[in-house]
Write a protein that binds this ligand. Sequence first.
Ligand SMILES: [Zn+2]
Ligand SMILES: [Zn+2]
Length: 141
Amino acid sequence: MDVAAIKQSLEDSGLRCTPQRYALIAFLMEHNTHPTAAEIFEGVNRLDPRSSRATTYNNLRDLVQAGLVREVAVEGRSARFDAKGTRHHHFICDRCGNVEDIDWYDVPRPASASLGKRILRECELIFRGLCTRCAPRQASR
Ligand SMILES: [Zn+2]
Ligand SMILES: [Zn+2]
């Protein structure tokens, strides 16, 4: 996504492209490390300190609701966020809580009987285990 694409996607979602919202999405696109809300607030304000914490958090919530930003819930830790560029799954490390992207592949939908009247919006996977840094090193020969 470039500048024009960010503006367009904000407008398509019925959100005004304020400098604060723009800065937030731009920050998330540059940092695909899945920052927490606190890290996003710090990062955005380091570049351009004009967004209060409340504004940043409200904008983050609006962007998640509009589907432009994805919230990745990590049990027992702060939620992490990423800009919805390309679709991907996530891998969460049990030990360090690192959230990593896994290349997208289509996930089968649940059987319609188990969905019932629910309306499925999207379907993505979270894998859990040990990231490459936390996995025990292979004993060298
Ligand atoms: Zn790890
Ligand atoms: Zn991600």
